[in-house]
Design a protein around this ligand. Structure first.
Ligand code: ADP
Length: 466
């Protein structure tokens, strides 16, 4: 089985969020199952600057689409002034170039696995412009939606940049309230659709989470699957992580403390092993619940707690967090940047990891935190609902602290339950050990994807042959 995995970002070449982690680890897990996988992504400026690496793992080949005009820029999708205005043109070019490239090198995959709006035009092109091209006969497409709130919406006047005929600018095509919606094209035209957790696959078919596409998704519900993301257990491994002060595993979790001390030291926090240290690593976006954090942060920092935040994003949160940093220099460490090494130190050195998301397709932060024995405090939505359970002191089951209603008082109460248990050192130790025992590696999820591919290739998809 040959798979072409198309992604606009891939670890270690370029990353803005979870998609890059998935694109840099799921293909390797599929390869382990015996599938032949190649990845294709744009050759951004940062990729060029990083040198000539063209593989991930030992030998999984990454193909790059090079175009100075479109990808020779500092960022992937936009700068501080907003999205690049020519994004539709850029990713139309990318999608077409992927198809032309595999034709040129004569690599005919069984499956083209597209991800998010940036590669959503591929299924559209295959069923229209390329439909009579014998090279693409029997090539099937899977589209994974990593976050439905990014749909690739553009003004109608830009539609010709896709190279598609106006007949496709219709309700059954890419038209969406008189705009171009690229993700919608992918949903309509791909053979199968998946999203990154079972809970999110249900949520996106509702008005609350569907961002206007709930009807289109309901229309394809029989082709829509929810497969939980995994994380790469070789990369995220406190036992071997070279960037942390002291390595540890579930049986030596007390060595986590050395990482806390190191983190307090390098981030200017007061050296105090008994203060509960909360870590947050996140895009600073409304989705991630920063308005709730903003509402309680003063109260929190007036208690014994310390907090370390790493993230970039919306200006309003930068302003707010800079203010907090000034008010509480010894209790709050605010790092407004993207820093993969500091991220690893935070996962290892914090006691708790906060994700009060408004919605969360899967979330990787909580999975990485569990791996490092850092206890997630999360709102039960999407993938957070599928992965985190409130710790029950009686049965000693569970791996974190949770709340349901999107309110600052509920969040505050969940954090306080965590603080309460934190004081009980033997029980906390047990919780850390239990959390580290969960397995969210790719193994089982990669098998689910392989199963989907097989279904498609043997034309036994649930909804019949398309
Ligand atoms: P999303 O994809 O919505 O941003 P996820 O939780 O799925 O959220 O994935 C986020 C990934 O990006 C995690 O690996 C997290 O550690 C990483 N990350 C987010 N912000 C930063 C940052 N400022 N510096 C380093 N890593 C970050």
């Amino acid at each position: 089985m040959k798979v072409l995995f198309v992604s606009s970002e891939v670890v270690p070449f370029a990353k803005t969020g979870g998609l890059a982690d998935v694109a840099g680890s799921l293909p390797l897990a599929l390869e382990k199952l015996g599938l032949e996988v190649k990845i294709v992504m744009p050759k951004y400026k940062m990729v060029k600057a990083a040198g000539n690496k063209t593989v991930i793992g030992k030998s999984l080949e990454v193909l790059f689409i090079e175009n100075e005009k479109y990808f020779g820029r500092d960022q992937l999708y936009g700068d501080r002034f907003g999205d690049y205005p020519d994004n539709l043109e850029r990713f139309s070019y990318f999608s077409k170039a992927c198809l032309e490239l595999i034709k040129k090198i004569n690599y005919k995959p069984d499956i083209i696995h597209c991800n998010d709006w940036q590669s959503s035009l591929i299924p559209v092109y295959l069923k229209t412009i390329y439909k009579d091209d014998p090279f693409f006969y029997n090539v099937k497409t899977v589209l994974t939606i990593h976050n439905l709130s990014y749909q690739g919406l553009f003004d109608k006047s830009q539609f010709p940049q896709t190279g598609l005929g106006w007949d496709l600018f219709s309700v059954n095509g890419l038209e969406f309230y008189n705009k171009v919606n690229v993700l919608k094209g992918g949903i309509v035209f791909s053979d199968l659709i998946s999203t990154v957790s079972p809970a999110y696959s249900k949520e996106i078919q509702t008005k609350e989470f569907g961002y206007g596409l709930e009807g289109v998704l309901q229309g394809r519900s029989c082709d829509l699957y929810g497969i939980l993301n995994g994380i790469d257990y070789d990369i995220w491994n406190p036992g071997t992580d070279r960037h942390i002060a002291k390595n540890y595993d579930a049986n030596s979790a007390e060595d986590k403390l050395a990482n806390k001390e190191d983190l307090q030291k390098i981030s200017g926090l007061k050296a105090d092993k008994n203060s509960p240290l909360i870590g947050i690593i996140s895009r600073l976006a409304d989705q991630k619940g920063f308005d709730l954090i903003a509402a309680i942060i003063d109260k929190l920092l007036k208690s014994k707690a310390q907090i370390i935040i790493l993230g970039t994003g919306e200006d309003k949160y930068h302003v707010l967090l800079e203010k907090i940093a000034k008010l509480y220099p010894k209790k709050a460490s605010i790092n407004l940047k993207f820093d993969a090494v500091l991220a690893q130190k935070i996962y290892a050195g914090s006691d708790m990891f906060l994700m009060p998301s408004r919605f969360e397709p899967c979330g990787l932060g909580q999975l990485i935190a569990l791996r490092y024995g850092t206890i997630p405090v999360v709102r039960l939505t999407g993938g957070l609902r599928d992965t985190i359970r409130e710790f029950d002191t009686a049965t000693k089951q569970g791996n974190g602290f949770t709340f349901s209603e999107y309110s600052d008082s509920e969040l505050y109460a969940a954090i306080n339950r965590a603080f309460g248990l934190y004081k009980n050192k033997p029980l906390w130790k047990e919780l850390v050990k239990t959390a580290m025992g969960y397995d969210f590696s790719w193994e089982s999820s990669a098998k689910e994807y392989a199963g989907l591919y097989r279904q498609l290739v043997s034309s036994q998809a649930r909804c019949g042959v398309r």
